[in-house]
Design a binder for this molecule. Sequence first.
Ligand SMILES: O=C(O)CCC(=O)C(=O)O
Ligand SMILES: [Fe+2]
Length: 269
Amino acid sequence: MKASINAREVTYQIEGESGQAEDKVLLADSIDLTRGNSWSGAGYMVVEFLPAPEQQQLQAGLEALVREALAAVGLPVAADFPVADYHKLIGDDQQRHLAVVNLTKEYTMERLPVPAALLEARVSELCGHRVQAYNPWDQMRLFHLRLVRPGRSDNNPLHRDVWLPDYDDCLNIYMPVTGSTADSSLSLVPGSHWWPENRVERTQNGAVYNGVTYTVPAVKHTVEPLQLIRPNPGPSEVLLFSPYLLHGGAVNLNADATRLSLEMRFWSV
Ligand SMILES: O=C(O)CCC(=O)C(=O)O
Ligand SMILES: [Fe+2]
């Protein structure tokens, strides 16, 4: 499948059986936490996030979690090892990379380096609805790290989060930690949170993307041309986005830096 990111052509190889799609907009029957905002039609916005000391504490603490995971898979590193160099350490050892991903994909909230209440208050202010990082569907309070090496297929395929169970009605954040640039940060299709399902052909259950297996179903084809953009939040910023948007497929085109980012979801209180 062909798409473009910031007008540059990319190709995604997606395997998995297609399902039937209805003429239905998933967001129409759901809570839209972007509603009432100027960016509701686009489905995302980039904005200053936490006060500088807290944002820096959060980013430094998340880098430290990756170092901890590296030590746990048998690759101890110095306390100042830059996580942007992760790919130099792991190289093409896919098994070791997947072991690190396994340790960094689901953290319980007490591991967050700053109080979750800080992020909850700021996200509530930004979207104009009182939200908390508590998933009412599975009763979990989690955050996730994403490590995407340059030149590998570590990024997940293009998807809506709500194709998986337990992600309805929330709002997502993407916060850059290291190596997040105009060539590596999360990509999305503006406005696609309102596309009917029958405009998007997707796999039924999970997908194999460039040979890597993902649990999330993936886009195989769309009626509208797939023009992704990278909003690319800077170090002091955050990308707030609807999980109903088509997003992902965020290949890391950096020459030499691994992307580390924070991913966290918020639901109405
Ligand atoms: O960071 C990425 O490349 C993907 C993130 C994602 O799919 C999400 O936050 O739901
Ligand atoms: Fe996602």
